[in-house]
Design a protein around this ligand. Structure first.
Ligand SMILES: [Zn+2]
Ligand SMILES: [Zn+2]
Length: 221
């Protein structure tokens, strides 16, 4: 699914930036205290030639932080791909933008302030990066999935169906329905296709040493 949202191109299959209220997740503030890079101070130091900044930089006022970023060779901050997640904390707005993560959720697009980004407080149709479960803590959050697991499942399903001698039209609807289910966090052995797709899935799972879960009658809206 592709839509234009406030001038930004959004696809529901590749993750978009997720936006969250900074004070919502139980351990986000702690994470910022421990590991946050004071972005405003870093910017100040680029311009300021003094050795100490007690008189020229006012600490403590609302400031922007980076989490999971590192400096590249030019000295610019870029997402650290080894970090569990990367995020920008907007001190003046009580919002945090999760720009990449090993974790995703299906969310609704958010207000006009963040074009093409997803609001992590509402579940919906768009795949967005989210904070790890360990940062959300006990605060309510919508379902969180591990992106690598979801992508690996999609790849396996794709290979299994690419390799079948079935007529494409006989399984296309089931195939895309299953992709949607995987993006929603279902596991391969929780999928319940009908007709010829069911046979292909069963063989694929057997090859992996898995069996389908109790095949409940699935009702599709
Ligand atoms: Zn200074
Ligand atoms: Zn909007």
């Amino acid at each position: 699914m592709k839509t234009i949202h406030h001038g930004a191109n959004v696809s529901s299959e590749s993750p978009i930036t997720g936006v969250v209220d900074t004070t919502a997740p139980e351990y986000l503030s702690e994470e910022i205290d421990l590991h946050g890079i004071d972005f405003d101070f870093e910017e100040h130091c680029k311009e300021c030639t003094k050795e100490f900044h007690a008189d020229c930089y006012e600490a403590g006022s609302p400031t922007n932080y980076l989490l999971g970023y590192k400096k590249d060779i030019k000295g610019d901050f870029v997402p650290d791909l080894d970090a569990e997640f990367s995020a920008i904390v907007n001190g003046n707005e009580n919002t945090t933008q999760v720009t990449r993560s090993k974790w995703v959720s299906k969310v609704m697009l958010c207000g006009p302030c963040y074009p093409g980004q997803g609001y992590l407080g509402n579940s919906g149709d768009y795949l967005a990066y989210t904070l790890p479960p360990s940062i959300w803590g006990h605060h309510d959050h919508i379902q969180i999935n591990e992106l690598s697991v979801t992508l690996e499942s999609i790849k396996e399903l794709y290979i299994a169906f690419f390799d079948t001698d079935l007529n494409t039209l006989d399984f296309a609807a089931d195939f895309f329905y299953m992709i949607g289910e995987l993006l929603n966090g279902k596991k391969l052995n929780e999928l319940t296709p009908t007709g010829s797709a069911a046979g292909t899935l069963k063989i694929m799972l057997e090859n992996k040493g898995m069996t389908t879960k109790e095949n409940k009658k699935s009702v599709r809206a």
